[in-house]
Design a protein around this ligand. Structure first.
Ligand code: TNX
Length: 492
């Protein structure tokens, strides 16, 4: 299997027996555009350490013998599509936008031996199989989320996760920034949120938070990889960290104690107090100003302390606050209990709940779905009974479970055009290190990434697991922890 790319490209035409070999003298030639040149530099930086080659990036040299990155006006490729042509003489990557070239570069990386990801010099040879790939995504939202509230993960860890996600053409990173156990992004008008609310985590460790500069650094790092950050401020529940930081946010005016357990559903903002809405306006306003992406995630899940009417009114108001700051709202499926505006996105997660009402209410308001079914996409679920990390409320999720489902027929009444995309959440109640995160995400994250990117016609477990198996040498070269599922024919 020469073209072992994940997610599967829309079309691969191999030229059997033909290969292009990277050499000492290979150049990367780009279109005369600063953005395209940056993609060329990204490719060169990815390949230099292991190959030891100079791989000069130039916008002038001959394309003969080179890897060339060019722009085309072929509208059929869309914004993220690309064509990758490999002959024995040269490699030509074309797209309408730099973004498409960036996605194509990920395919190119995967056509090289996995050892190319090593940060140390490797022997090679560095052959790329010949042929033509034409590719573009099925869905525009191919997300992963990371809970930095239950356990805090610093900027370096988030960047590492972004790099691993980019390889699988993920284009949304949803950061769960606040929860009962911690508030992880500094808000200048409410400094105690992080001073007090950011100072612990599940199990009682010291927690942490991002300064606004650090948050901006994450946003910029993601943007350089054509990935949108969607920040989540989870309200009205999951708010103990805020309630512990400011007594005035509580209905009884008394600050709560910091929480370091793993329970859910016990906290709520005080929906009757005007200060609650001033608070939200200022928090969401600061976050909107720091976030170039179009969405703010308002959570809305698992509220046990409010009546349905109180909840509905509250969420309706918060959606308006988000829009007053020029953003669109996304929330967990429970937000269908509010009056939503068109352009709002509903994130489906709880497969045990009757979906019919959620679907009809979302569709009535013109909202689209991001699909994160708990029993398929929750990367924090154990793989099987023996998995040391993770939870099991949605069941065990082996690699095949994460892969074998179809987004356009998951929910009755929700077809292809109602689906914005898919997202794989990673909750971190039981995860303390980057190695823990990677172990739960790999290899299931690539399975969900493929459902988001690849056309339905390519869906096939037997070929998927073979392509997936060939990612392992790459993960080893990247020192990326992963679960050696018995369902996957790993190469060694
Ligand atoms: C449910 S998913 C939650 C999270 C937990 C997760 C653990 C969702 C909207 N809420 O608060 O961390 O389960 O799997």
């Amino acid at each position: 299997m020469a073209h072992a790319i994940v997610p599967a490209p829309a079309s691969v035409r191999p030229a059997d027996g033909t290969t292009f070999a990277l050499r000492e003298t290979t150049a990367i030639v780009t279109a005369d555009s600063p953005e395209v040149r940056r993609v060329g530099e990204y490719l060169a930086a990815a390949l230099r350490p292991a190959t030891g080659y100079g791989l000069p990036v130039t916008d002038a040299g001959p394309t003969q013998g080179a890897i060339s990155l060019q722009l085309t006006d072929d509208a059929a490729l869309g914004d993220e599509g690309y064509t990758l042509r490999v002959t024995s003489d040269d490699v030509t990557l074309t797209a309408r936008r730099a973004k498409g070239l960036f996605r194509g570069v990920q395919s190119l990386r995967q056509l090289l031996p996995g050892a190319v990801e090593s940060t140390e010099h490797q022997p090679g040879p560095w052959r790329i199989p010949g042929g033509t790939i034409t590719d573009q995504p099925r869905f525009g939202w191919r997300g992963a989320s990371l809970d930095v509230a239950r356990h805090f993960f610093g900027v370096a860890d988030v960047k590492r996760y972004i790099d691993a996600l980019a390889l699988y053409k993920i284009n949304v990173l949803h950061l769960h920034l606040t929860d009962d156990q911690g508030w992880r992004v500094a808000i200048r008008s409410w400094p105690e949120l992080t001073n007090r609310g950011g100072a612990s985590q599940v199990g009682g460790g010291k927690g942490g938070y991002y300064t606004q500069e650090q948050y901006a650094e994450i946003v910029g790092y993601a943007r350089d990889r054509y990935m949108t950050i969607v920040p989540e401020i989870d309200v009205p529940g999951h708010t103990n960290a805020a309630l512990a930081s400011y007594p005035e946010l509580n209905c009884d005016g008394k600050a709560r104690e910091p929480y370091t357990g793993m329970g859910v559903g016990f906290s709520s903002l005080c929906v009757d107090k005007p200060i609650t809405y001033e608070f939200l306006d200022q928090v969401l306003g600061e976050l909107a100003a720091l976030t170039p992406g179009p969405y703010l995630h308002i959570g809305g899940d698992e509220v046990e302390k409010l009546t349905p009417a109180q909840y509905g009114e509250f969420v309706t108001r918060v959606v308006k606050i988000v829009e007053s700051h020029g953003k669109r709202a996304i929330g967990w499926q429970e937000i269908t209990g509010a009056t939503l505006t068109p352009g709002t996105v509903v994130q489906y997660w709880q497969h045990q709940h009757a979906a019919a009402e959620i679907v009809s209410r979302a569709k009535k308001s013109g909202a689209k779905f991001v699909l994160s079914p708990g029993n398929k996409t929750y990367l924090d679920m154990k793989y099987d009974a023996l998995t040391r990390l993770g939870l099991d409320w949605a069941g065990h999720i082996e690699v095949r479970d994460a892969y074998d489902w179809e987004p356009a027929s998951l929910l009755d009444g929700v077809g292809e055009s109602d689906v914005a995309g898919v997202e794989a959440p990673l909750w971190t109640e039981t995860l303390e290190s980057f190695d823990d995160v990677a172990f739960m995400a790999f290899p299931r994250l690539p399975a969900v990434a493929e459902l988001g990117w690849s056309p339905r016609a390519t869906h096939d477990w037997v070929t998927f697991r073979r392509r997936l198996a060939l990612q392992a040498p790459r993960w080893e070269a990247m020192s990326l922890n992963y679960y050696r599922s018995p369902q996957v024919p790993w190469p060694n």
